[in-house]
Every structure is written in structure tokens, then in C-alpha cells.
Write a protein that binds this ligand. Structure first.
Ligand code: GDP
Length: 300
């Protein structure tokens, strides 16, 4: 929580300063509410969520004078109400052996790091974990996952050569995971968004080929979004949802982010479960997503 709060402090400082500016010297009239709405939009909460928060204020506090602390508390409550319904942990079903998690997202958002963090967590919980280095186009991504594998002790299924077929590799990784009775299989994927059609075909092929072994696979499709990209995260969720059935989100880089507000926009616009947030680069830096904590850290 401290790391998240510290990370969000930059956006928080901005948000709180503007809020303080909006509400000193006057009560909650139309002009103040309008300014609040603009402040929230500037903080990346999105038009819809900002509107909803302001409507909440209008209903409950219009015409009243309020102290800063009251305003902040009320703001945190409104934001927590939006985040509450999407705050859901990713629950691994250990009966599946393996629970297959396909991890998708644009390059650089933190997919590979998130896979390592999840592997670390599941192993700490006593599960057997296999990671599949499915971003076969980037030798660096494969190597990176192998390094994480040796650090976390999770087995890595990697391609024999660069540019190997990702779907074939995922198929092999699934066979391997079943053979050894793994609890979890985490499948990394490529994220070259500049070639959308090729990426969509690749992701769909991975899904199709794995389904030959088990029609219920993948059990979860995790989209990794980088909070520092602000509203781009919103459009990435839209684009990836057209390609695959995204079942949940991990939002990364909230430790250094000036854009934590986008998480509220994601929650309001899509309602997709948010499983966890990334707050750093080490395997220990993944936190469950908790609505109230997050809202409080965001508002400051
Ligand atoms: P991928 O291309 O999506 O697999 O992204 P990577 O996992 O390689 O991550 C890209 C960069 O972001 C790396 O330098 C990571 O260390 C960094 N990164 C990933 N998650 C976080 C996070 O939560 N916080 C911070 N500060 N950096 C992160």
C-alpha cells in the first residue's frame, strides 16, 4: 500500500492541489462542480467516471460548504464505489491441472515481468508453475523469461529458435504442464500492435491450437496495461477485446505513475475485473487490487 501511495503521489498531488483550488473560498455550486469535473478528466478518470463522481457530489452535497478533508473523503468514496465491482483477484482453480492463463498486451507494458510476479506468488502458495515464452519474435523476451525462471524456480518452455511458431510452442507447453501435473501454465505472447491483423491471427491461433488438447483452455486471458500510458490503456483494452476474450486486467507501473486515474476510467467504461497492480520491477512487486486502498491512494 505504501508503495502504491508513494507511486500515485505525483498524480495525487496534482489532483489534490486542483481540488483544493476548486473548493477553497466557496461552496459546492455549479461552477465548483464543473471545475471538479474538469480536474478529474485531466487526471485521466475519463468523461464517464468523472461525470458520475460529480453527479454523486451534486446529489449529496450541492450548495453546502465543505472542508478539504470532507471533499477528499467524499471523492475517495465515489471512486471506491466505481472500483469496488471490478476488484476481483485471479483465483487459480487447482483442480484444472493446469489452470491456463494467457497473458496478452502491447510490448513494454510489463507482460513478461507480470508473468514472473505471478509465478513467484503461485510458487509461494505451493503451486507448481510453468511459464511459456510465447513472445517468440523477440529473443530478448525469451531470455528475460528464462532469467525469471531461474530466479523464481519455475520451469520455462522456450522456443528452440527465433521466430518459432508461438501456437506450436503453447501447445507443447500445455502438454508439458499436463504431463508434470502443473497447477498453473502462464503463457507469454507477442504484443506488436503496429500490425494488428497479424497479432490477432497469432493470438487466435494460440487459442485454437491449445483448444485441440482441451476446449476449456485458456481458462483466463489476462490483459496487461501500463498505467503511465493514460488513455492509451483504454484503447488497448478495446482493441484486445476484439482479438481475444479478455477475462481480467493487471495494471502495471503504478509505482511511478502520474496517471493512476486511468484505472477508474477502465472500471467505469468496461467493468472488466482488475486482478492486480504492478508497483515495481521485482518479482515481489505485485499487489492485489483493492478498491478502497486504491481510491484513497489516488485522492491522497
Ligand atoms: P513486455 O514487453 O510487455 O513483456 O514488458 P516487460 O515485462 O519486458 O516490461 C517492460 C519494462 O517495464 C521493464 O523494464 C520492466 O522492468 C518494467 N516494468 C514492468 N512492470 C513494472 C511495474 O509495475 N513498475 C515499474 N516501475 N516497472 C515495471
Amino acid at each position: 500500500f505504501a508503495k502504491l501511495k508513494q507511486g500515485l503521489s505525483r498524480s495525487t498531488a496534482k489532483l489534490t492541489d486542483s481540488i483544493t483550488g476548486v473548493f477553497t473560498k466557496r461552496k459546492l455550486d455549479d461552477a465548483a462542480l464543473e471545475e471538479l469535473e474538469e480536474t478529474l478528466i485531466a487526471a485521466d478518470l475519463g468523461v464517464k467516471a468523472s461525470g458520475r463522481v460529480v453527479e454523486g457530489f451534486r446529489r449529496t452535497r450541492f450548495g453546502r460548504e465543505a472542508t478539504d478533508a470532507e471533499i477528499k473523503g467524499a471523492l475517495a468514496d465515489e471512486i471506491a464505489a466505481i472500483l469496488g465491482p471490478v476488484a476481483k483477484p485471479l483465483v487459480i482453480d487447482r483442480a484444472l491441472k493446469p489452470h491456463v492463463v494467457l497473458v496478452v498486451g502491447v510490448n513494454g507494458t510489463g507482460k513478461t515481468t507480470t508473468i514472473a510476479k505471478l509465478a513467484e506468488q503461485y510458487r509461494a502458495d505451493g503451486m507448481k508453475v510453468i511459464m511459456c515464452a510465447g513472445d517468440t519474435f523477440r529473443a530478448a523476451a525469451v531470455e528475460q523469461l528464462q532469467v525469471w525462471g531461474s530466479r523464481t524456480g519455475a520451469e520455462v518452455v522456450a522456443p528452440a529458435k527465433d521466430g518459432a511458431d508461438a501456437a506450436g510452442l503453447a501447445f507443447d507447453a500445455l502438454s508439458r504442464a499436463r504431463d508434470v501435473g502443473a497447477d498453473v501454465l502462464l503463457v507469454d505472447t507477442a504484443g506488436r500492435l503496429h500490425n494488428k491483423t497479424a497479432l490477432m491471427e497469432e493470438l487466435r491461433k494460440i487459442v485454437r491450437v491449445m483448444k485441440r488438447q482441451d476446449a476449456a483452455v485458456p481458462h483466463s486471458v489476462l490483459l496487461v496495461l501500463d498505467a503511465t500510458t493514460g488513455q492509451n490503456a483504454v484503447s488497448q483494452l478495446r482493441v484486445f477485446s476484439e482479438m481475444v476474450e479478455v477475462s481480467g486486467l493487471v495494471v502495471t507501473k503504478l509505482d511511478g505513475s502520474a496517471k493512476g486515474g486511468v484505472v477508474v476510467a477502465l472500471a467505469e467504461e468496461f467493468g472488466t475485473p482488475i486482478h492486480a497492480v504492478g508497483v515495481g520491477e521485482t518479482a515481489a512487486d505485485l499487489r492485489p487490487f483493492e478498491a478502497r486502498h486504491f481510491a484513497r491512494a489516488l485522492v491522497g
